[in-house]
Design a protein around this ligand. Structure first.
Ligand code: GLU
Length: 328
């Protein structure tokens, strides 16, 4: 089968297979997320050549949530360098929930990973800025460069999160006390909460992933979102901590770096080839979208995309011009 046909068929089949899957529940600790339509379900694949394949609700906007941690990690790492980032934030999985205080206590209040709330706030605090507002603008710009279009904040979700983020404020103060926060704690927590409330579509999410697959260059705009040398560090961290306490299970069964958010988004990256994103609000008990996991697992297996697999992939990385002309 031809490459683009194979992707299109895999995406369509995965959507059909997963659309009636039940189970899971919307995140409800953030009131605005609890009321999102749980039947929404979109899939999008974007290749490093910029080709896009979608199914379902791929253009519906939702909150980026924890996936914002990937962008903040990239911005902080580009600003201070991978070595310093490693020392200041840490790059190991915690094996505990994303907002765990126990994970901090076990390591002298060092956050360990930029993909849990503590490490994400630490990373956010390392992004150079003159004020919290400046830091927020820098992050929104970074998110937009990754997505290839101007993204916006959901005031509704941000207000809801700001009103219910006492736990994250507590984490910010613990980090401050231990020397792992590098700006005003409440300013950092405010910016972190805003960065989680940016709206993206499933296709935006696939473009963000495809930018990482493409050495940090957005394949739809050709803009550099992150230094190529830092991409492997980010993908390694996504492998270790991208799906909360399911990260090991995901690596074992799917074999791709990924990142999920409690808004229902999930993206997986095949370096040099493409990214697969899926969105559906109901989450399993660890915070990962039930339908998104099913769909991405199926597409990965159908196209032989696991990083740990020997043998040819069905999809051979080609420039967009070649992919679109192969079928003629
Ligand atoms: N804003 C959410 C929080 O800090 C993000 C959590 C997530 O998506 O994992 O709790």
């Amino acid at each position: 089968m031809l490459a683009s046909d194979a992707i299109a068929t895999a995406v369509a089949n995965a959507w059909i297979q997963a659309k009636d899957t039940s189970g899971g529940a919307n995140a409800n600790y953030i009131p605005a997320l609890a009321t999102v339509d749980p039947t929404l379900f979109g899939i999008s694949v974007v290749t490093t050549g910029g080709d896009t394949f979608t199914a379902g609700d791929a253009t519906v906007e939702f909150a980026i949530e924890s996936i914002s941690k990937v962008v903040s990690m990239a911005l902080a790492m580009d600003a201070i360098g991978a070595e310093e980032f490693h020392g200041k934030v840490g790059t190991d999985p915690t094996g505990l929930p994303f907002n765990s205080v126990m994970a901090l206590a076990l390591h002298g209040n060092k956050p360990m990973s930029a993909l849990v709330n503590a490490g994400a706030m630490s990373a956010t605090s390392l992004i150079p800025a003159e004020s919290a507002e400046h830091r927020w603008v820098t992050i929104l710009e970074g998110q937009s460069t990754f997505a290839g279009r101007q993204l916006t904040l959901s005031d509704m979700i941000n207000d809801s999160e700001q009103a219910t983020n006492a736990h994250n404020k507590g984490i910010a103060w613990l980090l401050q006390a231990a020397g792992y926060l590098h700006a005003d704690p409440m300013g950092v927590c405010d910016v972190y909460t805003r960065q989680c409330s940016t709206l993206i579509t499933t296709t935006d999410l696939a473009v963000i992933g495809a930018t990482l697959a493409n050495g940090g260059i957005n394949p739809t705009t050709q803009h550099q979102a992150v230094t190529a040398d830092n991409v492997p560090h980010i993908l390694a961290e996504m492998t270790m901590e991208g799906l909360y306490e399911s990260s090991g299970d995901w690596a074992y069964s799917v074999g791709l770096p990924g990142k999920s958010g409690v808004g229902g988004g999930l993206v997986a990256v095949v370096p040099g080839v493409l990214a697969i994103a899926a969105y559906s609000p109901p989450l399993d008990e660890r915070g990962n979208s039930v339908r998104a996991q099913q769909a991405i697992t199926q597409i990965t297996r159908t196209l032989n995309l696991s990083l740990y697999r020997n043998g040819p992939r069905t999809v051979i990385p080609e420039p967009a011009s070649v992919l679109t002309t192969i079928g003629d």
